[in-house]
Design a protein around this ligand. Structure first.
Ligand code: UTP
Length: 475
C-alpha cells in the first residue's frame, strides 16, 4: 500500500515543479496503479525537468559555436595513400588479433519506435534480404555466427530494446533460436525512458495513472549498457571494445578489423565511421571539430549556410556524415557512468496521444507536444581521443528508415544486391546485365558464405553460372 507520507512527498515535489496535474486522477486509481504512478514519478530527474520545461520552446542554435566550427579530419578509404596503407596493414592485423582474443563485442541499438517505417513489430524483425527475405536480426545474427567461426572466438551480442518492444524482441530471439548463437552469448536489455511534454512544459499523461513516456534515444545506450550489467558481463568475458550499430542498417560490417585496429592503435575511447555526404542537405550528422574535439552536429541543427560551404575544388567543407557506426571502449562507458553522465536533450515536436484534464483521450491530428532524446554521438567530445574512418556507402550503409522512397526497404534491398554483385564481379564472376547496364538478376550472399569481398575468392568453385533473370542465394 502507498503510504500517506510517500504520497505527500511526491505531491510536494510536483507542486514545487508545477506538475501537480499528474495526480489529478489519484482518487480514481486502484492500489497498483497508484504504486506504478508513484514509481514513475520517483525516477524522474526533476532538477533537469524544471530546466527543460522552462526551455522547451527554445530552438537549438549554433550561433555560439559557429565561429569555431572546423571540419574534422579522418582516415581516408583503404588504398588511398601508401604511408596510410602501412598503418592500415598494422591495424588490420591488430583488429584480427583482438577479435580472435574475444575482446570485441557486438552491440545493436534496437529500442527505437520505427514510426517512419510503419512496421508494428520491433524493427529488427523486418524482412529485408533480397532472396530469402531474412530479417535484420537474422542477418546480424548470422554475421556474428560467421565471424565467431572465422576467428574461433565467442562473439557476444548485446541488444538494446526499450520498454515498448522488449518483450517482443526477447520472444523473437527465443523463437528464432538466437539465430545460431548460444543463448548465453546474447544479452538483451532495456533502455530508459523520458517523459513527454506539452508545449507549455507540462508532463503529459498517457492514462490516468501513467505518464506518457518514450525511449530516451540511442544516447540512452551509454547509461543502459552500464545499468543493465552489460558492461559487467563484458568485463567478465574480457570484452574491451564494443562495436555499435543501428538496427536499420543491413550492410553494416560488424567486426571490421581495420576500424577496430585503428581505434586500438590510436588509443581512442570512441570512434566513428563516416562517409562523404551525397549533398549538403543529406539527413546525417555532420563531423566537425569544436574546441579541438571531434563532434557530430545533427543535420537539423546544422545551419544551411554552413552545410553549403564549399572548398575551392567544389567539394563540401563539411563533407563527412555520420552513419552511426562506432567502436566504444567498455572502459569509456564505465568511466562516463561513474562520473556524471549528462548528454544534452534534443527535442522533437510530435503527435502525442494523451489524456486531457477532464480524463478524455486525445489522439492529436497535428503535433501537440515534445519528445526528448539523447544522441550517442554527443559522447564523442567527452572522449580523450576519437578517430574517424571514412568508408564507402555502397559497402556499409543502407538505412531502412521509410516505408517507401529515400532510405526505404526498397533502396536497402537494391543496395544489398548491388554490393553482392560488386563482390562477385571483383572476383571475376560474370553477372548478367541488361542493355542499359543494370543488373539482370537478384543475388543474396549469406554471411556464412562471405563476410567481405575477399572471402569470395576462396569460394569461386561454389558459385553457379548466373543467367539473366536468376535468383541466386549463395550460402
Ligand atoms: P532513429 O532515429 O531512426 O529512430 O533510430 P527510430 O525510432 O528507429 O525511427 P523513427 O524515427 O520513429 O522512424 C536510429 C537507431 O537508434 C535506435 C533505433 O532502434 C535505431 O537503431 N534507437 C533510437 C534506440 O535504440 N532508442 C531510441 O530511443 C531511439
Amino acid at each position: 500500500m502507498v503510504s500517506q507520507s510517500s504520497f505527500e512527498n511526491v505531491e510536494k515535489l510536483l507542486k514545487k515543479h508545477n506538475q501537480s496535474h499528474i495526480l489529478s486522477f489519484w482518487g480514481e486509481l486502484g492500489e497498483s496503479e497508484r504504486k506504478n504512478l508513484l514509481g514513475q514519478i520517483q525516477v524522474l530527474d526533476f532538477a533537469k525537468i524544471a530546466d527543460l520545461a522552462a526551455n522547451l520552446s527554445t530552438e537549438s542554435s549554433l550561433s555560439d559555436i559557429d565561429a569555431e566550427l572546423v571540419p574534422a579530419g579522418s582516415y581516408g578509404p583503404i588504398g588511398a595513400d601508401a604511408e596510410q596503407n602501412l598503418k592500415y596493414d598494422k591495424a588490420i592485423e591488430l583488429g584480427k588479433k583482438l577479435i580472435s582474443e574475444g575482446k570485441v563485442g557486438a552491440f545493436v541499438v534496437a529500442g527505437g519506435q520505427g514510426t517512419r517505417l510503419g512496421f508494428d513489430r520491433p524493427k529488427g524483425d523486418f524482412p529485408i534480404s533480397p532472396v530469402k527475405n531474412k530479417t535484420l536480426f537474422r542477418i546480424f545474427g548470422e554475421s556474428i555466427t560467421a565471424v565467431s567461426s572465422k576467428y574461433g572466438a565467442a562473439c557476444p551480442w548485446y541488444i538494446m530494446t526499450s520498454p515498448m518492444n522488449h518483450a517482443d524482441t526477447r520472444e523473437i530471439f527465443r523463437s528464432n533460436g538466437y539465430y545460431g548463437l548460444r543463448e548465453r552469448d546474447v544479452f538483451i536489455f532495456e533502455q530508459g525512458t523520458l517523459p513527454n511534454f506539452s508545449f507549455e512544459g507540462k508532463i503529459l499523461l498517457a492514462e490516468k495513472g501513467r505518464i506518457a513516456c518514450s525511449p530516451d534515444g540511442h544516447g540512452g545506450s551509454l547509461k543502459a549498457l552500464y545499468k543493465s550489467g552489460a558492461v559487467d558481463d563484458m568485463k567478465k568475458r574480457g570484452v574491451e571494445f564494443i562495436s555499435y550499430w543501428q538496427v536499420d542498417n543491413p550492410l553494416v560490417n560488424i567486426f571490421d578489423p581495420l576500424f577496430i585496429g585503428l581505434h586500438a592503435l590510436d588509443e581512442a575511447e570512441i570512434s566513428s565511421k563516416a562517409l562523404v555526404k551525397t549533398g549538403p542537405m543529406e539527413k546525417v550528422g555532420n563531423f566537425c571539430l569544436v574546441d579541438d574535439k571531434v563532434t557530430v552536429i545533427e543535420y537539423s541543427d546544422f545551419p544551411d549556410e554552413v552545410a553549403e560551404r564549399r572548398n575551392p575544388d567544389g567539394s563540401l567543407v563539411f563533407q563527412l556524415g555520420s552513419i552511426a557506426i562506432h567502436i566504444i571502449n567498455a572502459g569509456f562507458v564505465e568511466k562516463l557512468n561513474t562520473g556524471v553522465l549528462s548528454l544534452p536533450f534534443h527535442r522533437a515536436v510530435k503527435k502525442i496521444p494523451h489524456i486531457d484534464q477532464s480524463g478524455r483521450c486525445v489522439e492529436p491530428a497535428e503535433p501537440n507536444g515534445i519528445k526528448l532524446e539523447t544522441f550517442i554521438f554527443d559522447a564523442l567530445p567527452m572522449a580523450s581521443k576519437s578517430i574517424i574512418l571514412e568508408t564507402e556507402r555502397s559497402e556499409e550503409f543502407a538505412p531502412v528508415k521509410n516505408a517507401t522512397g529515400v532510405d526505404s526497404a526498397e533502396t536497402a534491398r537494391e543496395m544489398m544486391i548491388a554490393r553482392a554483385v560488386s563482390w562477385l564481379e571483383s572476383a571475376g564472376i560474370t553477372v548478367p546485365r541488361k542493355p542499359d547496364g543494370s543488373v539482370d538478376c537478384v543475388i543474396e550472399i549469406a554471411p556464412s558464405f562471405a563476410l567481405e569481398k575477399d572471402d569470395i575468392k576462396a569460394k569461386l568453385n561454389q558459385i553457379p553460372e548466373i543467367k539473366p533473370g536468376d535468383e541466386v542465394y549463395l550460402a
